[in-house]
Design a protein around this ligand. Structure first.
Ligand code: DGT
Ligand code: CA
Ligand code: CA
Ligand code: ZN
Length: 581
């Protein structure tokens, strides 16, 4: 967050608290105005923050606000606002955060109903104690109760793999509406974050009503939160909010860029525009003529607006892939030229059959891999200690290896490798003896148990597996499950160092529950020159479709195909694999 936004947030919070306490409207308005001013101001307030006189010369900032801004720049806090915050029960801030509850209502609930936090609010609604308060009819109270339940259910962000199919279904329904000419999902979903706060959809439409109607009439819609000409918000029964924005087609690119974010990326682009004498907002990139009034309100024609690409070019930037729009820096020089794509993946190196806990026969698995155009497939069923996953005893494994080699001989258009996903036991030893591992073409070693180990032990455990000469890759190295299980927290820098030395890859497991390695670990690997395999860990045929989540995460980490064995040619891949035998 820039200094402008940080301070704007402080002023906006203060305005809300003032309103809760029932301060007079002039005072509330004055503070709100400063917040808005700071939010929209193109110049960096930090540059003059130590000079209250210069601050007070800005239109709309009075003497006392100027002092507060200086105080924040100097100390990181604003004492008056801290005092203000302490004047209301701390729990009221959570009440204010409930969807649909504004400061006026919160003030009323507190003063007339003795509500001090979400818990007392809920208890009092249940006990029927709030009905006597003005404007608190049964319907309003039911809505509040509803909001409490929703915020509880959706406190966690939803997984990328749950949000994406949902968003694609919505996009398809809305695109069928009359007059819709362009449509896309934006926000964190387009950037491929592992979890999604809400789903943002952007449409260009001649007749906004039919697009809006296409969303609000869907059976999944549990509640319409807001319905306007250009913005509609609904809550789905899947526990996620959807924001639909409708814009003219001529500015679709500018709006898509803005609503894709991230906020930090937007700030960086806006600053770059300012440096070039231009102004950038969700309506387009405009020449800056020094007028205060936003250019789009004065009928100015944008320099660029229709496509994202045109805007990046006008800012003298290479277009930044959405997955890389997280960082403050958008200078794309550091984006790998060979950033991986879904199409560049030519091998699946982690897949299960009925021999352990998969649902496919060996032949079905091979057909899936062939249908995706892969040149190589490694069959990697579980090892003996994974009892719950029907892991293979040494005897069963040896039979399985023969069966896989036979199958490979039957198919001359794909290399089918006899592999194993062998457990890394708690002490770092592997679940099969070396002479058995040596019979396998390909070995992934994965942690499946003892996932609450302390970081030191976890590091030593994984190091042992990385250093093992017969191991090609470490499967889902931390064992985390998104929103469910933290997993191991090894010293990633040390693992990468060892992986580089021993020519071992770390896996990015594409299953959207895992996405392990995480995006930031992939970035560390790319920077360290360590190989990262991207595999689906398929247990059934449709799991091959999960590859996209792995690829998005890999791109967020800047992974280039030179370090991703799944993207290599058959010759290069097999020669690395054989080098470990
Ligand atoms: P989420 O939904 O929490 O997973 O994350 P986002 O990135 O989807 O955020 P969201 O839904 O609040 O807003 C979508 C995009 O809209 C965001 O990535 C950037 C843009 N945006 C929203 N509010 C602001 C803002 O106050 N300032 C700027 N510069 N951009 C904003
Ligand atoms: Ca969002
Ligand atoms: Ca949103
Ligand atoms: Zn596994």
């Amino acid at each position: 967050m820039s200094m402008n936004q940080e301070i704007a947030r402080r002023f906006a919070d203060a305005a809300a608290i003032l309103e809760i306490t029932g301060a007079n409207a002039f005072r509330v308005n004055a503070v709100t105005k400063v917040a808005r001013l700071l939010e929209e101001m193109p110049e960096d307030i930090g540059a003059i923050a130590d000079d209250p006189k210069a601050l007070a010369r800005i239109d709309g900032i009075g003497k006392s606000s100027a002092e507060k801004i200086s105080e924040y720049a100097e100390t990181g806090t604003i004492e008056d606002f801290d005092v203000l915050r302490a004047s209301i029960p701390a729990g009221l801030i959570d009440v204010l955060a409930l969807p649909g509850l504004g400061p006026k209502t919160v003030g009323l609930l507190w003063k007339k109903g003795d509500v001090t936090d979400v818990e007392t609010l809920e208890a009092k609604i249940d006990a029927g104690e709030l009905t006597a308060i003005p404007r608190m009819g049964k319907k309003t109270l039911d809505n509040i109760k509803d909001a409490i339940e929703f915020s509880r259910r959706s406190a966690g962000r939803i997984r990328l793999g749950d949000a994406m199919p949902l968003a694609e279904r919505l996009v398809e329904s809305i695109s069928a509406a009359e007059g819709v000419t362009r449509i896309a999902y934006a926000g964190s979903l387009r950037r491929g974050r592992e979890t999604i706060g809400d789903i943002d959809i952007l449409a260009a439409a001649d007749a906004p009503e039919s697009a809006t109607e296409a969303l609000t009439s869907l059976p999944d819609v549990e509640k319409i939160l807001l319905s306007g000409a250009t913005k509609t918000s609904v809550r789905l029964e899947q526990g996620v909010q959807v924001d639909l924005r409708i814009v003219p087609e001529s500015i679709f690119g500018a709006a898509l860029m803005y609503f894709t974010g991230s906020k930090e990326h937007n700030v960086m682009l806006r600053e770059r525009a300012i440096q070039r004498g231009m102004r950038l907002n969700e309506y387009g990139l405009f020449e800056d003529d020094g007028e205060k009034e936003p250019p789009q309100n004065r009928g100015m024609r944008p320099v660029a607006a229709e496509t994202e690409q045109a805007i990046y070019e006008a800012l003298e930037l290479k277009p930044t892939p959405p997955e890389l729009r997280e960082e403050i820096q958008a200078e794309t020089d550091h984006v790998a030229e060979d950033l991986i794509t879904l199409e560049s993946v030519k091998a699946e190196l982690h897949a299960h059959t009925k021999a352990s806990d998969g649902t496919m026969t060996l032949e079905e698995l091979i057909q899936q891999a062939r249908s995706r155009g892969f040149h190589t497939l490694a069959v990697t069923d579980h090892s003996k200690s994974s009892v719950q996953a029907n892991g293979l005893s040494v005897e069963r494994l040896l039979e399985h290896i023969d069966a896989i080699h036979d199958a490979n001989a039957r198919h001359d258009d794909i290399n089918v490798l006899a592999g194993s996903e062998v457990d890394i036991l708690a002490d770092g030893s592997l679940d099969y003896p070396d002479d058995v591992l040596a019979k396998l073409d390909w070995v992934i070693a994965s942690p499946h148990s003892s996932l609450r180990q302390d970081p030191d032990k976890a590091t030593r455990r994984l190091l042992r597996a990385i250093e093992h000469p017969l191991v090609h890759a470490i499967g889902h190295p931390t064992g985390r499950l998104i929103n469910e299980r933290e997993g191991l927290s090894p010293d990633m820098a040390r693992l990468l160092e060892a992986a580089l030395e021993h020519d071992t890859a770390l896996e990015l497991n594409a299953n959207p529950w895992r996405l392990d390695l995480r995006d930031r670990h992939v970035r560390m690997a790319q920077e360290a020159g360590v190989m990262v395999t991207v595999d689906t860990d398929a247990h059934g045929p449709s799991d091959f479709d999960l590859l996209r989540y792995g690829v998005m995460t890999a791109r967020r980490g800047g992974l280039g195909s030179a370090l991703c064995p799944n993207c290599w040619t058959e010759g290069k891949l097999l020669s690395w694999i054989r080098s470990k035998r």
